[in-house]
Design a protein. Structure first.
Length: 175
């Protein structure tokens, strides 16, 4: 951010200086936070190294167990990411009920690739043709009935006269 950019927005030089002062305070605060977190991280790394050294003496299989736990945690994380990406993709495809559509999908044939799911598009197209009711439609539903028109003759029945009198008494004319 430059002073020229701020003055181009209509700020005076004094106002631009105040903006830089406020920005500097916020930046210093953030730098202090980063510094504190870095120091804390380095301390935790040291503690972890010491704990791993002690653990190696107690349990010779600790490394295998730790690696297995890390692999298991990564599988769970990948499954969670896939599920979130699938839900987002189904919402984007205007699915009425995600649970019903998921039941029809072959998740083994799909793979998460970054933010997109490979193989989902083809399965959704097949589902749209076979079971289109699972998806929202842009078409307006057909109108099955319309209001019936009133009498065209100009003569009112007794019921209509009574209704008109009540409307007039309550201040509603011709509704």
């Amino acid at each position: 951010m430059k002073t020229e950019e701020l003055t181009a927005l209509g700020l005076t030089d004094d106002q631009a200086a105040k903006v830089f002062e406020m920005h500097g305070k916020e930046l210093t605060k953030l730098q202090n936070t980063v510094s504190a977190l870095t120091t804390e991280r380095d301390g935790l790394k040291t503690q972890l190294g010491e704990a791993n050294g002690k653990l190696a003496g107690y349990d010779p299989d600790w490394k295998t167990k730790a690696d297995a736990a890390a692999v298991d945690a990564q599988k769970k994380l990948d499954a969670l990411k896939f599920d979130y990406a699938l839900n987002d993709a189904l919402k984007a495809a205007k699915v009425r009920d995600t649970v019903s559509v998921k039941a029809h999908l072959k998740t083994d044939a799909m793979k998460l690739d970054g933010e997109s799911i490979l193989g989902l598009k083809e399965q959704l197209e097949t589902l749209k043709t076979e079971k289109g009711f699972l998806f929202e439609s842009d078409e307006k539903p057909p109108i099955f009935s319309k209001p019936t028109p009133g009498p065209q003759t100009g003569t009112l029945t007794n019921n209509e006269k009574a209704n008109a009198a009540l409307r007039e008494a309550f201040g509603r004319k011709g509704d």
